[in-house]
Design a protein around this ligand. Structure first.
Ligand code: CA
Ligand code: CA
Ligand code: CA
Ligand code: CA
Length: 213
């Protein structure tokens, strides 16, 4: 005859031993008791279900998870990926004069230039995220400079190859663009072509009145 109490004790003892073995292997029961979670493989945060691993507040876990996501994309959390002065959100907007209908990964489509123009006697010009007639006049000061003759000054003393503002970008490049290739979107200036001419000045004109503040 089988002793029912003895069977229960035996089964209960086996369950207890299994629980101890799991704990020893680094496995813990989920806080809600419905799952087991392997501690060594547990994600920093379960973003889908919002479950925080035992012992840490959900908010902290979420922040750590978001930081991880930012690192994943390199600069996925950079609000201005192409560093042209307009934020990604502004460039994806609908209004061109607010920086919209541009490419957040194209650094050439917002033609804001250092003002006053970078010249030997004036090296403090800055891009101010506003394209005005001042930018047109500053670009005019660079007409005649070329990448082919980077050390050759034009009549204003401007040289394509100087770096008077010390930002690691040849000054001529900062005043050099090409016209948009999209007829319906003339404000979308293109990359430098090595020559600053009146064509560049006209390109700035198409963007006068644009503000990315
Ligand atoms: Ca941008
Ligand atoms: Ca852009
Ligand atoms: Ca400007
Ligand atoms: Ca420069």
């Amino acid at each position: 005859m089988v002793d029912a109490q003895a069977v229960d004790l035996a089964v209960g003892g086996e369950r207890q031993r299994e629980r101890v073995r799991r704990l020893e292997r680094g496995i813990v029961f989920h806080a809600q008791g419905s799952q087991i979670v392997d501690v060594e493989k547990a994600p920093v945060v379960d973003l889908v279900r919002g479950h925080a691993p035992v012992g840490q507040p959900k908010r902290l876990q979420l922040e750590q998870g978001m930081q991880g996501l930012c690192r994943l994309g390199g600069d996925a959390c950079d609000p201005n990926n192409d560093n042209d002065g307009c934020t990604n959100v502004q460039e994806l907007g609908l209004i061109p004069t607010l920086g919209g209908q541009r490419d957040p990964l194209n650094p050439w489509d917002f033609f804001d230039v250092p003002v006053p123009p970078l010249l030997p006697g004036s090296t403090t010009g800055v891009r101010n995220k506003i394209i005005s007639l001042s930018d047109v006049l500053a670009d005019l000061a660079y007409v005649g400079t070329t990448a082919a003759m980077p050390g050759s000054p034009n009549a204003n003393g401007a040289k394509y190859g100087s770096d008077l503002n010390g930002n690691g970008i040849a000054d001529g490049v900062e005043y050099d663009r090409t016209p948009s290739t999209m007829p319906l979107q003339p404000w979308r200036s293109g990359p430098p072509n090595g020559v600053v001419s009146l064509s560049d000045v006209l390109v700035v004109l198409t963007q006068v009145g644009t503000v990315c503040m």
